[in-house]
Design a protein around this ligand. Structure first.
Ligand SMILES: [Mg+2]
Length: 273
């Protein structure tokens, strides 16, 4: 048999490579999991049912507080809960789906466009839970690292979905509304804790609960273990497989990395045993 011309052999190689490494995107599977699976929906509903049970217990137990920032004589303060917004009460998976289809990463422009649309649907179970809390005279705070400039669009989105928004108090606390309100949420939690007894924290990211979580994998686990009793009681976590501060913990924060370097670095964390 005549040997294949060189260029045809090269084409064959390319086809073999294409079969083993399909054209895909890191966000494809997490986005599909959120958008189509019963499993993700059930986890969210389960989390918000747990939150409701905890809220009832917390209202009766005056020593109960969820905020590490709570101090002093807080037992007689009026009750409040603090929820994160993105991937905690609002489902932004369509914004991630757009990245998958465009084969692009996160961009500020793309994100801002999505926020302006105010088109996010709710995380299953979240608005019903928040309305229940409000019906029990618990003030509902939304503490988010969305930019302060997006407050009107964010409120419009929350309002359309029936989330309680208190009158007379700013309960939508966004990043940059005050100079000290940066992505670390501690100062905002402290501010709420000075005026309210914080019954619950609900979030999708460790930073929604504790300070100093933008660190390494092991250190994050230590902070979590030190507060291990809080999970499922004062602290309710919503599953977000798409992104979070856990991802930064895998990388090397001291130097910028290309997307390919980031992928390689993440692969070094895979356990095969
Ligand atoms: Mg979030």
């Amino acid at each position: 048999m005549k040997p294949l011309p060189v260029f045809l052999a090269a084409l064959g190689c390319a086809a073999a490579v294409a079969q083993t490494i399909p054209d895909t995107h890191e966000k494809l599977m997490p986005t599909l999991w959120v958008q189509t699976s019963v499993e993700w929906r059930a986890l969210a509903v389960q989390a918000y049912r747990t939150a409701r049970t905890s809220l009832d217990a917390a209202l009766k137990e005056k020593r109960w507080t969820a905020a590490l920032e709570q101090s002093g004589f807080y037992r007689k303060l009026p009750p409040a809960i603090i929820l994160d917004i993105d991937e905690t009460v609002l489902d932004n998976s369509p914004a991630q789906a757009r990245q998958v289809l465009a084969r692009s990463g996160f961009t500020v422009e793309g994100w801002n466009e999505w926020v302006r649309e105010a088109a996010a649907e709710e995380i299953p179970g979240s608005s019903e839970f928040c309305r229940y809390a409000a019906s029990r005279k618990v003030t509902v705070f939304y503490l988010s690292n969305r930019d302060a400039g997006s407050e009107a669009d964010t409120r419009r989105n929350l309002q359309r979905l029936g989330f309680p928004l208190a009158e007379g108090t700013d309960t939508v606390l966004l990043r940059g509304e005050k100079p000290e309100w940066q992505s670390e949420k501690t100062p905002r939690r402290r501010m709420v804790a000075e005026r309210y007894r914080v019954l619950l924290l609900v979030g999708d990211d460790f930073g929604d609960f504790a300070a100093g979580v933008r660190t390494g994998v092991e250190q994050r686990r230590e902070i979590s273990s030190a507060n291990g009793e809080r999970w499922g009681k004062q602290w309710i976590m919503i599953p977000n497989p798409g992104y979070g501060s856990w991802e930064g913990a895998l990388l090397e924060p001291e130097r910028p990395m290309t997307p390919l370097e980031q992928l390689w670095k993440k692969e070094t964390w895979l356990r095969t045993k």
